[in-house]
Design a protein. Structure first.
Length: 253
């Protein structure tokens, strides 16, 4: 009981200290900007700090100011896109992440969030798939990217590829995805089997193909769930391949 109480009190003190540090940093950066309102690095750091505190509208104001000063700076556009994404302004986020992904094409996070913003804004799903693919070429072990890719591929009836990516998402993060996408995998499997039948598969080949897909969709890794997939993430990191903001807030597939 004493240990539990100590841990709670200690956690409160830690959070309080963290808030004080954030406030001190904000005050310092604000003073710097009063001296030089065009200090883009100070604007970027202010956006970063405010974003970490999850005050997204204030963070957007700082990021937008930095973007006006230098619209072609990777970190500025990445932060601006992140705040817009967390505010669910996906149409505007597309622009920022597209610039960020162009400025640093080898950054898997920028590619992923560009694709995600395209998909969520109702943009060209094929462009979103291309962005996800670029992200996976740079970093193949991110289950969330495979999950987004799988759902996007299913939207354009590339069902076998969709199954493959959804299974990879489950393998990389079974806790998050095994219950979420099992039903979708089963549904896509039925569609693929029906398509194979229409294509005039040899009966033995069809039986073998169906058995393989059934084994995959019912494997222990995937688990069994009757939940229907909603196509939306619950929680995802702002991501941080290169020391960028890391947080967990608004949206996984």
């Amino acid at each position: 009981m004493l240990l539990e109480r100590w841990n709670k009190d200690d956690a409160k003190r830690a959070l309080s200290d963290k808030d004080k540090i954030y406030q001190q940093v904000v005050e310092l950066l604000t003073k710097v900007l009063k001296v030089d309102s065009k200090d883009i690095e100070a604007h970027q750091k202010l956006c970063d700090v405010i974003l970490r505190r999850k005050t997204y509208k204030k963070a957007y104001a700082a990021c937008a100011h930095a973007a006006r000063l230098d619209p072609y700076h990777f970190r500025t556009q990445y932060y601006r896109g992140t705040t817009l994404r967390l505010l669910e302004k996906y149409h505007e986020a597309v622009e920022s992440f597209e610039i960020a992904a162009t400025l640093e094409p080898k950054n898997p996070s920028a590619q992923f969030f560009y694709g995600q913003s395209l998909a969520r804004s109702g943009g060209d799903i094929n462009l979103a798939i291309e962005a996800y693919n670029r992200s996976l070429q740079l970093q193949d072990n991110d289950g969330r990217v495979h999950a987004h890719m799988g759902v996007a591929l299913a939207e354009v009836d590339r069902n076998e590829e969709a199954i493959d990516h959804l299974e990879k998402a489950i393998l990389r993060d079974p806790e998050t995805y095994r219950h979420k996408y099992n039903q979708l995998i089963r549904d896509l499997t039925k569609i693929v089997i029906a398509e194979r039948e229409l294509d005039g598969f040899d009966e033995d080949e069809l039986i073998e193909f169906e058995a393989n897909l059934k084994e995959k969709s019912e494997s222990p890794v995937g688990g069994v769930s009757d939940e229907s997939p909603d196509g939306e993430h619950t929680d995802e990191s702002l991501d941080d391949e290169q020391g960028l903001v890391q947080d967990e807030t608004a949206d996984e597939l």
